[in-house]
Design a protein around this ligand. Sequence first.
Ligand code: NAD
Length: 292
Amino acid sequence: MTRIDGHTYLIGLMAYPIRHSMSPTMHNTAFEALNLNFVYLAFDVPTEKLKNGVAAIRTLDMRGSNVSMPNKQAIIPYLDKLDISAELNQAVNTVVNDNGVLTGYTTDGVGFVTDLKKKGHEVAGKKMVLIGAGGVGTPIATQSALDSLSEIRIFNRHDGRFDHAKETVDIINEKTNCQASLTDLADQAALKEALAWADIFCDATGVGMKPLEDQSLVEDPTWFKKDLVVYDTVYAPRETKLMTIAKNAGVDHVYNGLGMMIEQGAAAFKLWTGQDMPIDLVQAAIEEKDHQ
Ligand code: NAD
């Protein structure tokens, strides 16, 4: 870390708990590779300390911060402006400090769309089925709609997130040209029909990750047509049960959420530095950490 000197700018990550995060590895690898004078550090900041955390961005003239659970909504009142991505989600994962003006962004949705694009799949003009409209599913839905997805059918179980999913559907229908609808996940016949109709299927529920690693929200391989693009936002494990079922059903394009996670970081990196993150280097650094 010889590049740290009196001119180094700090970028933070404020969440709780957060010490397990891969973001410091990602960003510091990229800063070092591009010889940029920034350093990225993770800070355990529970919501009750968030006001002081945001004040620190201003006091220390930090370039910005990432924000994760439980602070993604709670940070909004402390910021000066919201970008459209944060406005549509009413959530923030990235803060940029431009000469004391703090703007909130959500880069998760851009991460999803960019990762799909790099894998050869545009969302524009396509039809999508999305299960789960929580902190990750919502920006996937809104960003895909902003990027000209033609139709989205969201499925959510009837839990505390259902009303939020309804609001997301209303926002997409009001503010974009994408047609959105919401169905209770309990309606399995509707899900089966929707999967036959869709071009892209995304599971943004976290089912398939510990402690639900032996579960999949689609169990019947015949529900997957071969040309469906199947995307699971989970990246640990790298292959979920849903992905295995889809692959065994002969689906060619089956992806985990690692690319989305790296691309949401790359989008934040670009906002802070104006530079493109060296994705291959960052991916190699993450894989090396995985094996430590
Ligand atoms: P969240 O709690 O905000 O939302 C979870 C959503 O899934 C809700 O809509 C909920 O109704 C639904 N859900 C949860 N359990 C379910 C179940 N058993 N059956 C059916 N529906 C269920 O969580 P989140 O922040 O949106 O994270 C979701 C998952 O996304 C995480 O578990 C993680 O695996 C993954 N994730 C991926 C990235 C990435 O960049 N790839 C980043 C963060 C999280």
